[in-house]
Design a protein around this ligand. Structure first.
Ligand code: NAP
Length: 305
């Protein structure tokens, strides 16, 4: 029996674990993939107070080390469900059955797809959802980024340092992302923008991506762009499927929990991007982690076996 199990090893989950370990609780973080979550894919984090500029992967490495030094255990297991059990919870993972007194869900989000024919098959053959991971494969080549948020802008900036040209394709006339990133992108000679435009078709040659058909929704005109790589950065969606039967969620699947991170089920807390909230940032994720970690500790203290 662990005091607190944390599902998800991103910034929210690791922060919750760190706070709980510092409070003397036994804590295990269950993470099916590489710890760090989405921030691993951020080339440079420039809006975390006190850390003016840090690669996302470096941030997550440092956070993991800090948590482990405080006694947090990390297990590479995906949580597949849970149920109430006595005074606590029984948690199933892809390879184990675990028990805990309080549960923190910090399962984050995963990338959204465009849903185009051939998109899935072309992943690794020209289509990517991670510029930091796959950008170097397109050194000196022409690429395109789809999206208008912070991720798309950051991806375009990152790729412009590697690729010959980056076309930023956004479906509206204004970017959603931070003004500073927009200004940086517009100032780059090798970033061109296709605004009010959507990708309509993925073009292929010899099994790989050779280009895209882009349609301007104002003029109605379509044109073909020759690109070797297409980086899709059109937002994210939660991964709360395994918990949907037991916990209240909003219409998009985000867990309903207030600023106190309490879900509809006492003893279960939601932290970070998987929670229904207005602002999804690294800072708000770690803020949630602190709140959820301390709330879980309080729950354990107030509900002894
Ligand atoms: P996002 O802010 O939700 O932006 C998604 C973008 O994709 C929007 O511009 C959206 O267009 C567009 N889009 C959505 N569905 C589309 C579709 N089917 N076809 C074409 N375009 C589509 O997602 P994000 O950029 O991944 O950012 C997610 C959160 O993480 C945000 O809160 C962001 O601020 C945060 N973030 C922060 C940092 C940082 O701290 N430095 C870095 C990255 C991300 P519309 O604008 O028309 O809706």
């Amino acid at each position: 029996m662990t005091d607190i199990l944390v599902a998800g090893g991103g910034p929210a989950g690791l922060t919750a674990a760190l706070y709980a370990a510092r409070a003397g609780k036994s804590v295990v973080v269950l993470e099916g993939n590489a710890p760090g979550g989405q921030i691993n894919f951020s080339p440079l984090v420039e809006n975390y107070p006190g850390l003016p500029s840090i690669p996302g992967s470096r941030f997550s490495e440092d956070l993991l080390r800090q948590a482990e030094e405080l006694g947090v255990e990390l297990e590479y297991e995906s949580v597949t469900g849970f149920r109430t059990h006595g005074n606590g919870f029984q948690v199933t993972t892809d390879c184990a059955l675990r028990e805990c007194r309080a549960l923190v869900l910090a399962t984050g989000v995963q990338h959204r797809t465009l849903g185009l024919p051939g998109e899935e098959e072309l992943v690794g053959q020209g289509v990517s959802y991670c510029a930091v991971c796959d950008g170097p494969f397109y050194a000196g080549k022409a690429t395109a980024v789809v999206g208008g948020g912070d991720t798309a802008l950051q991806d375009a900036l990152f790729l412009s340092g590697i690729c010959s040209q980056v076309t930023l394709i956004h479906r509206r006339e204004e970017f959603r992302g931070a003004r500073r990133l927009v200004e940086q992108a517009l100032a780059r000679d090798n970033i061109v923008c296709e605004m009010d435009s959507t990708v309509e078709e993925l073009l292929t040659r010899e099994g790989g991506l050779s280009g895209v058909t882009v349609r301007n929704r104002i003029t109605g005109q379509a044109k073909q762009l020759e690109v070797d790589g297409l980086f899709i950065a059109v937002g994210q969606q939660p991964q709360n499927g395994p918990f949907s039967a037991l916990l209240a969620a909003d219409e998009d699947g985000y867990l309903l929990a207030g600023e106190d991170c309490k879900t509809s089920l006492p003893g279960v807390f939601a932290a970070g991007d998987c929670r229904s909230k207005g602002v999804r940032q690294l800072t708000t994720a770690v803020g949630d982690g602190a709140v959820a970690g301390l709330a879980a500790c309080r729950w354990v203290d107030e509900h002894p076996n």
